[in-house]
Write a protein that binds this ligand. Sequence first.
Ligand code: ADP
Ligand code: CIR
Length: 343
Amino acid sequence: MNYPNFPENCKSLLCKYLTPEVFDLLKDRKTSNGFTLEQAINSGVKNPDSNIGVYAGDKESYRVFAPLFDPIIEEYHGFTRDDSHHSCMEPDLLKAPNPDPEGKFILSTRIRVGRNVDNMPLGPAISREQRNKVEADVIQALSRLEGELAGKYYPILGMSKEVQDALIKDHFLFKEGDRFLNAAGLNRDWPEGRGIYHNNDKTFLVWVNEEDQLRIISMQKGGDIKEVFTRLVNAVKSIETKIPFSYSYHLGFITSCPTNLGTAMRASVHIALPKLSQNMEAFKAITDKYHLQIRGIHGEHSESEGGIYDISNRRRLGITEVRAVQDMYNGVVALIDAEKALG
Ligand code: ADP
Ligand code: CIR
């Protein structure tokens, strides 16, 4: 493989940190699962509009390809090689009274964490048999959940197009054929091994074998962020008694995309900011101050519609889960204040 040809205007962290020297150092390395540099960078090479552009094939990738991953991790999370990660999933420590009890701004709240099974390759390097085993083990673990978390698993294989499209449109299910995941090798053998579990109210959901082997999700209408976090914590604690998750004392929970390492948590609201969003500079000044990310209404790489935005914590590594949700909460309070000030 030769040094990739990045377009001149390429802004991904991959093209910033894959210097010819780093490329030469890493190009012949392989993890014990056979994962190569070429595989790790393919998403960003094929999609030069990537924000990041790299994926890990296994926990070992973060060590074997550290000269590429470390600076990317440092720039995204502000977390260095010498830092360590600590988890804290204590909903009582979160200070988050509903910032919008009248429901004027916040349409819905969602918090998800990514998890992968210990001692299994991650999605970009997993085999078909291993992926199917993950699915079977996860279905079994989920079948033991009780009370509010009890639900049913729906495989994508055999799901009608109408049901699948409705679940995607209503923000419950991952989309099909994402080009970033495709190039990362995450859509191999589609749709086998993929599916979604949810309770009757669709307030608790688990995506199986998408970008990560599990995406554990709690969501509901309105802005009761603490209730959403509490449900998520209960679910994660229950599932981890059955499934051993991949974890590192340095990097926290291991995920295929380096932006998700650590807490692997994205806490978001869908929020209407029609006035503030007329002035993107003022809007971004607030989101930067509170370490927030702005996404469109249909998730990553989508556009906003009708002044409604997906606002979430940007940092996930080197801070606790409580801090990640608190980042989002504090920023949302500031955004609502700014919107109100505009009349
Ligand atoms: P993820 O957060 O899981 O990495 P995406 O950005 O692709 O991935 O979002 C997944 C889905 O979740 C999308 O349909 C998105 O619109 C939906 N979503 C995200 N946040 C919220 C929210 N606060 N309320 C409702 N749906 C949401
Ligand atoms: C990209 O590089 O744009 C995709 N692989 C997704 C990266 C994670 N998302 C993000 O930082 N917005």
